[in-house]
Design a protein around this ligand. Sequence first.
Ligand SMILES: N[C@@H](CCC(=O)N[C@@H](CS)C(=O)NCC(=O)O)C(=O)O
Length: 300
Amino acid sequence: MANIVTREMKDGRFVRQPNRFTGLIGSEDFPAEKGRYHLYVSLACPWAHRTLIVRRLLGLEDMIGVTVVDPIRDERGWRFTLSPDDRDPVTGMRFLAELYTATDPSYDGRHTVPCVWDTETKRLVTNDYPQITLMFESEAFAPFHRQGAPDLYPRELRAEIDELNDEVFHNVNNGVYKAGMATTQEAYEESFDALFATLDRLEARLEGHDFLVGDRLTEADVRLYPTLARFDAVYYSHFKCNLRRITDYPGLWAYARRLYAIPAFGETTDFDHIKRHYYETHRHLNPSGIVPKGPAISWT
Ligand SMILES: N[C@@H](CCC(=O)N[C@@H](CS)C(=O)NCC(=O)O)C(=O)O
């Protein structure tokens, strides 16, 4: 089983690798063209989940295709076993790692989702997950947005969105991983405390508001939601983030369900992939690979 601890730890703390491919669609190398680019996701992965939500909210389904990988990552990495003949229909490849090697044979980093492939040059454009949603929201993609698509990153709210996203990334999105992957008590408690302090602040912030910033749906909501959706089913037990469940926060729970009711959020949330991925792939945390049956939560 892949052991993500081996190459990403420092002093008992979980450290993410920098994203290696950082091309931009809309640049000279990668002009924006309908059907030219393809997105690779795991429905379990919170970073990939963001890209699916934005693609759907902005109506980019025809502009950019998607391949979903098998929720279980083995020692060969992500596999295309959900596609006919176990091969990605776009590249004919069997493993996501092959896309990385085709782009750069010397690449020795992790083969991560989400990533975007260029079917013309047959190379990866980007695996830079914080930039992928912003790219979909950018001027280059605007001509391909559906009519009436929301502006998820309005100029006048960017500073506030960026500031909130920064706290949410460090303490919540990545905070749950830092708690779950910690190999010292100190590192675990530090991340655990920061996580619940931020969740408490978000609970207060949502009082009287439907959304996090500017009383409208923005990139800030897109980034928080995937972690909330996974929290009670996975992070609470698998990553030991068990001070409170999201269902224990009246504001956050109502907010999470409000977003879930929007098809771009709810229909891209796959609890089966989410649970099987974490509990079966992270065998260093869950050696038996047993997937818990609960919790019984009604999202509707
Ligand atoms: N590219 C980023 C974030 C994306 C990411 O972590 N994706 C996970 C799934 S949630 C992945 O594909 N991991 C594959 C691996 O670690 O081998 C990173 O390396 O930190």
